[in-house]
Every structure is written in structure tokens, then in C-alpha cells.
Design a protein around this ligand. Sequence first.
Ligand code: GLC
Length: 540
Amino acid sequence: MTAERYCEHPWWKSAAIYEIALISFQDSNGDGKGDLAGLISRIDYLKWLGIGAVWLTPIYKSPFRDLGYDISDYCSIDPAFGSLDEFDRLLEALHAEGIRLILDLVPNHTAIDHAWFVESSSSPNSAKADWYIWADAAESGGPPSNWLSRFGGSGWEWCEARRQYYYHSFLVEQPDLNWRNPEVQKAMADVMRFWLDRGVDGFRVDASAVLIKDELLRDNPPNPQAKGKPPPQRQTPVFTDDRKETMNCIEFIREVIDSYPDRLLCGEVQGKTDRIGHFYGDGRPRLHLPLNFALLDAQWQALSLQAAIDAYLNAIPDKAWPVWLIGGHDKQRIASKIGTAQMRVLAMLLMTLPGTPFLYMGDEIGRKRVPIAPDRVRDPFERLVPGYGLCRDPERAPMRWDDSESGGFTTGGPWLPLERGEAPNVAEQQRDDRSLLALFRALIGLRREHACLREGGYAPLRSRDDVLAFKRVAGATEMLVALNTTSEPRKWHWRGRGRVLMSTHLDRPREPLPDAAILLRGNEGVIAFISDDNFGTPNL
Ligand code: GLC
């Protein structure tokens, strides 16, 4: 990869993008749920941190059976969150601070309460009869195919009024729309335009890989690796996931986005790293950023991380812009997996790899999974498929702004509990200029300041002795990133001259790097200039 590889510079290539589950960010009215007014009151924080764009999980009208991913009206704000006027105020206030806003677009399914489904399910002769995926019973009288719901049980649900089944990839209350129907495509384009006209800067497309299912409704084969997996994973979903025709839908969505200047389309894609490349598009563009969780899934070990990074960069097309996530509303907190001290090294990795960094609210303070007692569980997946340790509530717990009982999140009873005892919080870390939060802020600032980190080429080095290492290169500027992934000191052997730009410990600025060996403390990473106008060409 050369420095020339990245030549265009839309805003989303330089922004650090911050995912917010609105219900858990900041409550303004004491009902225990975060809302738009609460978010407006925290824009100062986002600005201080250096966030370039916010991605909001669904804020639309919803019965909230699945964190708002069950929408009953795409063109409204759920009253628990506020109003369209407040939304406009939020957008204006974010834009005034130079922060972009992207919304979650959920094109695959609605809630059963949506007017489209109410009409579609009323009769096989209704005007919207083909807006969802309807099929007759099998000859046996049972479901039309063996397809499973991701949330347990059959994916088919009987509807007495139509004497047919409808298909739902997720909850029974989340019927899948029929994306083969041009009227559905048009309706979704109208939804997008509604928000784009208001000024939103793009969308994260939910479940983008499942928009089209096999037209013949062929049965999915068993999953040979099903042992120990939850029931929904006992099939290999070849006839329901990642169908070729799905790409046409994504291309269609992209065309709508591209009819507006300067907007971003990112999306949730399923499957392994080796499938991620085709979500970028080949000829006709698809997603700008198919979201990549390789860092989250990799083992915390230099060689494994290097392999995961390499596999991903190899899997995306030559001109594709990479993207890295370290958390999300569906993903177990990475701080719980790798540990608090290692979060500093991860922060440096995230902000120095080529591509757009995403973080999920709370990652910047090293938030861990919050224990949720069984009687407080809200995640429908956990209720329907319990016992596999896959509950998503521990990462959806309210943000901890301070050390008070409700964390500064609400004056009422929080919708999900916060952890007891000592837990990282924003106020404390803002006071400490060596905190993880301070480090994230400094790294975001450094990335903003140095074009080499944002746009420079990426050159892997041989990681060894537990040190993950690579270079970023832009013209005469070369930066070395060396990350000790263990808690013990390590030496990184090299030949050259350099100067430390930043250590994860935030304490050795401008320190010269000795030739032959750089000593890294446990869980320390450094970014160093190894060649710039002052240094000439290094010898690595
Ligand atoms: C997406 C969302 C997830 C939700 C599912 C069904 O995968 O990220 O939170 O449960 O869609 O809507």
C-alpha cells in the first residue's frame, strides 16, 4: 500500500466516529431514559473529545422491543426521546460545532405496529399485500421452509387473517420487508430523503446483508460447527444471508445517498472478513464503510492482531477506505476482554491504523460489561435464547458521567442498572491528564494534526517479541507505531533514529529513540517520527 492509495478526502475519512445508544447517553427529564435534549447538553463533551461524527442508534417511533430496531414510523421521533423540533435543534447544534450526524437506517424490517404491516397483514388483497415476505404453508401445514429466526425458533409466523406465514429474521414482532418489491424500495428511499433533506450526514444500514432471501425459499443446510452454539446458529444461513441480489439493494440505497453531496453510507455486514470486500462494491458503489470488527474479534496478542489486520486489509479492494470498530451496541465490551491497562494500547492502535476509527460510548473511559440481574434483563435476544452469555444489556447500560449512584445519567431510576462500586467515569478521567480518556483525546487530536496518520500509507513491520509494529508514511514523513501487547517490559529491535511523538503513558514527549532497541514498558505503545524533514531517511 502506498501513500498515494488514499487520494480523496471526504469528511468521514478524517473523523473519529462515536456511536451513541441514545437511551443510555443522557437523560434530561428524569424518566430514566436518555433523550435528544440530554444529548444536546453533552455536545460540549463530544467537542472536547474531538469527535467528528456521531452515529445514533434508532430514534424513531418504536414499541422498543429491540432497542428501537423495531420501527413503527420511520419519519418521526419516539416521544420518549423528544420531537422533530428537538431533532432539528440537535442537528443544528452539532453542525455548529463541526460534528456530523449519521442515523441508523433499518431497511430490513419494521415493527408489526407499523402501518405498512397492519395493512399488509389485513388481507392478501390489500394494497400492500406484497410489502412483506408472505408464503403459504408447506404441504404438511407447517412453515414454508426451515429458516430460523436469529432470536430463536422458526423464522416464520402464521397470520390468521391472510392464512399465510410471514418471515422475520429477528423477532416475531419484526416482520421482514420484501425488498424485491419496487414500491418498498421507493418507500425506503423516501424515508432516507426525509432525513437527508433535514440535513443528516448519512446512515448506518442495519442488517444490510440479509435484505434479500432466496426466492425459492430453499431450506438452509445444518451448520457443521453448531456444537455449543445457540439454536439460531445451528444452520448455515446460505439461503437467507448475503445473497447476491442483496447487493443490488445496497447499490440502490447508495444511489439515494449519492444524490446528496458529502454523505456517508456505512453498514452492518455479517460474515467473515473475507466477505467484507464485496460490500464496498465493484463497478457500482455500495457502502463507503462496511463496518469491520476484526480488532474486537482478534485475540489480544501481537501476532494475532497483526494477522487480523493483515487479513482485513487484504480482503478489501485496492482503493477501499478501511474502517475499524472497537465496540458497539451488539458487542461485548472490549475492556472486559483485554483489560483496563491494555485499553491504552488499543486506543493507540485504533487511532494510528489507516482508515476511519469508530468507538462506542464509554469505550473512551474503558467501560466494562455491567452485570445485569436476570430480573432486569431487557435484551429480547437474552430472554429468548438465554444461557449462552450473549446478553447485550451489559454494554447498553447507561453512560457513567460521574461516580454518583445514577452516574450523572439520570435523576430518576435508570432503565438499565449501572454498576456498583468503583467504575470508570467521565468526570474523574477529565480531571486526570494521564487518564485513558485523556489519552483518547490526545490521540484523536494527534490524528487530526498529522496527515500522515490520517492519509499516509501503511507499511507493516515484522511484529515480534509481543510488539505489534507498523509504519505510516506520507511523503518524507515516516511514523513508527510500536505497541507492547503484554504487561511486561519488552524491547523492540530496530536500526534507525527517531523521536517519540506520544507514548500511551503520556510522559515521554520528544524523547529521542535510541538506535538498536526501543524499551517499551508493560502495556506501552509509542508513536515516533522516524523520518521527517529533520531526520532524513531512516534505516529500519
Ligand atoms: C441489528 C442491530 C441489532 C438488532 C438487529 C435486529 O443487528 O444491530 O441490535 O437486534 O439488527 O433489528
